[in-house]
Design a binder for this molecule. Structure first.
Ligand SMILES: Nc1ncnc2c1ncn2[C@@H]1O[C@H](COP(=O)(O)OP(=O)(O)OP(=O)(O)O)[C@@H](O)[C@H]1O
Length: 289
């Protein structure tokens, strides 16, 4: 992973962010922080501004006013791939995988984003290094050749990426279908594959946009375990979720938006008892706790 700091320190700050689309105020002077090592929930009724907030944090939108800082550095307006390089990864409400690639290859794309070899080196495969014992091919002529002539750094990185991608598929619980095309995977597998792919970029902060959408209660229970394990690995987690049971069960703190404004913030207990939050969710029977 990237450089790590102290658990509990401010990792990301949304500092008085306002974001307007023409006449629509999607975010209105929103202020909160994400602390390193926590699982933070971002909730609110439909249209509250949750996805817009994610999009502002991940470089899709630039705030009209206000600042977003990651590890103290201003990131508002930075391109999404650069933000990913800085250490923020996300999944999408509508799954976005490479449907014609296998599950393993989808994760390897994420690992690729971290590769160090230069484009020229990859093209000519000239830069050769002496591989460590456990980086050699298992047996046969390829092993002997690699021992004598070395292996290109690109090949080593590719092998390491493949190994790491397999580990990540195991971690999210879908390694049994690693070689199937993403489009043929069951829905729950696709959702978890998105998480594995985001983790492959080794983010300090991972943002999950409605990861439980379409899940049954047993799958939601599994997902809660996975979210906790992601945090235990050392990642900080931001989760947008409509399912109140899941949000209250898995997060350390919750920020509540309504009509683009923050109406509450606190521990799950505090938020669940907050009259403004209860009122915001009345009339939304599907989302109510
Ligand atoms: N690209 C856009 N152009 C114009 N208006 C937008 C755009 N994106 C979002 N909005 C508006 O901004 C407001 C906040 O939307 P947003 O999608 O962030 O809410 P949300 O809390 O994520 O809702 P949901 O739970 O339904 O996904 C809504 O009024 C929405 O119509």
């Amino acid at each position: 992973m990237h450089t790590s700091g102290e658990v509990g320190e401010t990792l990301l700050e949304v500092d008085h962010v306002t974001l307007r689309f023409g006449g629509v105020v999607a975010l209105n002077d929103v202020n909160f922080e994400i602390r390193r090592g926590e699982i933070l929930g971002l909730i609110g009724p439909n249209g509250a501004g949750k996805t817009t907030c994610f999009n502002a944090m991940t470089g899709v939108y630039t705030p009209t006013e206000g600042k977003i800082r990651f590890k103290g550095k201003e990131i508002a307006g930075t391109k999404p791939h650069k933000i990913n390089h800085l250490g923020i990864a996300r999944t999408f409400q509508n799954i976005r995988l490479f449907p014609e690639m296998s599950a393993l290859e989808n994760v390897m794309v994420g690992c690729d984003a971290r590769h160090k070899s230069s484009v020229v080196g990859v093209l000519f495969r000239t830069y050769r290094v002496r591989p460590a014992e456990d980086e050699l091919p298992e047996s046969g002529i390829r092993r002997s050749l690699a021992k004598v002539f070395g292996v290109s750094r690109h090949t080593l990185e590719e092998r390491a990426g493949r190994r790491r991608s397999m580990e990540l598929l195991r971690f999210v619980g879908i390694a049994d279908r690693a070689h199937e095309l993403a489009r043929n995977l069951p829905y729950g597998y696709q959702r978890r594959l998105e998480i594995a792919r985001a983790l492959a970029t080794e983010p300090e902060l991972i943002c999950l946009d409605e990861p439980a959408a379409g899940f049954n209660p047993a799958e939601k229970e599994d997902l809660m375990g996975l979210i906790r394990r992601i945090r235990d690995l050392g990642h900080t987690v931001l989760v947008i979720e409509h399912d109140m049971k899941l949000v209250l069960g898995v997060t350390d703190r919750i920020v509540v938006l309504e009509f683009g404004s923050k109406i509450a913030e606190g521990t799950p207990d505090e938020v669940a008892r907050n009259p403004k939050v209860i009122a915001a969710y009345l009339g939304e029977p599907d989302d109510a706790a």
